[in-house]
Design a protein around this ligand. Sequence first.
Ligand code: SF4
Ligand code: SF4
Length: 135
Amino acid sequence: MTLTITGQTQSIQAIEKLNELSGESVKLCMQCATCTGMCPMALEMDFSPRKVMHMAQFGLMEKLAGINTYWKCASCHACSVKCPRGIDIAKVMEALRQQVLRKSHNYIEPSEISAETIAEMPQIALVAGFRKFTS
Ligand code: SF4
Ligand code: SF4
């Protein structure tokens, strides 16, 4: 019983933290999947934006920490402009990235990128990538 209450408390705290970081309220989501239908990156994601919102509503942060959805998100806001509940899903995706990066976990390691790749890539893409994927 104590474990259940502790787990529920942690989930509620996780949801509140995500809401605070994103400035959005994930509980407003009604699971219509419009966001997934609009998303140009959905096929690259292991969980669709709708499923991510569902996991977020239950505070499943451990599961969310291991998925690629918010790293694949291109921050295009196509989902956000069409959400019938007015949720800026792109901000939720950014908040999920920040939660990982603030623990000093990089999604890509700059030291693992070869010198040849760095030489070939546009500098602006490198800078944007480092901003998005590294802490
Ligand atoms: S479009 Fe909005 S309400 Fe519908 S599933 Fe996505 S986040 Fe939820
Ligand atoms: S902001 Fe991200 S999740 Fe939303 S439609 Fe664009 S790529 Fe997909």
